[in-house]
Design a protein around this ligand. Structure first.
Ligand code: MEV
Length: 321
């Protein structure tokens, strides 16, 4: 038996970092997916091959260890911890394609985690509901990153355009009948989400009177943005995105490369642009309802850029014999 599961990456439109403190956030699943194929390995080892990243390795389930020479083997930790939730340690071949830019910010590790849990659980005849996949995947992110909100794993599991309520109490799909035209700019440098979240926490503890209001302002931006998105109020969405970028800058997660992309986008067209995800390398998002192509080519002049759309589909599993 062979099981293939796939899950989308994500782009956060509003609210990253503040979401770690129980604030609401808005994010979309993107039309770039991670694919995880699971089949039996007769030699009883758990072999992992991430083809597009050139990562190969073994998972030593019993000793909780990863054996790989690959410099980027960090992603294998998510796979090991995912297996611990839904596998008994018998031999497996796990073949992965991550069709999501891994510069960070686009939820590649969450997508790999969600798809791994979905594929391996199905392979073991465990029928998990979406809510259970999302719960296990969030636990894995917490174990690997130490601090993580459920946002990335939620989006990757359910797909769509999601408003995550305060304290993650509810997941609300924002039903819109128009496309959100978005360009992503990304660097080759991966921001370390765990480290960036820890640095923001440190700043918050050191300067509570300054940083707490910044976090509260991000919450207000998210609430305003939700209404503006539902009304397709382009000018307000643009403005709110730019405000959100300034607030993320105040939290200290900006870099020169991200800043250059953010302002290149705004110079190329009337658009909103901000860091998306953890920052510190990684990606920016530009909401460009008027001149998408212009923004895309302007960012491409200095870094990498892609045009993305919302993926309505979350995690998906197919079984073949
Ligand atoms: C990372 O994609 C988003 C952060 O808010 C961290 C998290 O929510 O766990 C920076």
């Amino acid at each position: 038996m062979q099981v293939i599961a796939s899950a989308p990456g994500k782009a956060i439109l509003f609210g990253e970092h503040a979401v770690v403190y129980g604030k609401p956030a808005i994010a979309m699943a993107i039309d770039r997916r991670a694919y995880v194929k699971v089949s039996k390995n007769p030699d009883k080892k758990i072999h992992v091959n991430i083809r597009d990243l050139n990562i190969r390795g073994y998972i030593d389930f019993q000793n909780n260890a990863i054996i790989s020479d690959s410099p980027q083997k960090g992603i294998l930790k998510y796979i090991l911890n995912s297996l611990k939730k839904v596998h008994d340690g018998s031999g497996l071949n796990i073949c992965i394609d991550v069709n999501i830019p891994i510069g960070g910010g686009l939820g590649s590790s969450a997508a790999v985690t969600v798809a791994t849990i979905a594929a391996v659980s199905k392979y073991n005849n465990i029928n998990l509901k979406e809510i259970e996949i999302a719960k296990y995947a969030h636990e894995v992110e917490l174990e690997v990153q130490k601090s993580a909100s459920p946002l990335d794993t939620t989006i990757s599991t359910y797909g769509g355009l999601i408003y995550l309520e305060k304290d993650a109490k509810d997941i609300i799909q924002l039903e819109i009948d128009y496309n959100i035209p978005v360009v992503i700019g990304y660097t080759e440098t991966r921001g370390d989400t765990g480290k960036l979240v820890a640095e923001v926490r440190k700043k918050k503890e050191l300067y509570p009177k300054i940083i707490d209001p910044v976090i509260d302002s991000i919450e207000s931006v998210v609430e305003e943005a939700r209404n503006s998105i539902l009304k397709n109020d382009k000018e307000r969405i643009i403005e709110l995105m730019n405000i959100n970028h300034g607030l993320l800058d105040a939290l200290g997660v900006n870099t020169k490369e991200l800043s250059d992309m953010v302002y290149t986008a705004r110079t190329a067209a009337n658009c909103g642009s901000k860091i998306t995800g953890a920052g510190g390398g990684g990606s920016i998002i530009a909401y460009c309802p008027y001149e998408t192509e212009e923004v895309l080519s302007a960012i491409e002049e200095i870094e990498n850029a892609i045009n993305i759309n919302i993926s309505k589909e979350g995690v998906k599993i197919t079984v073949s014999n």
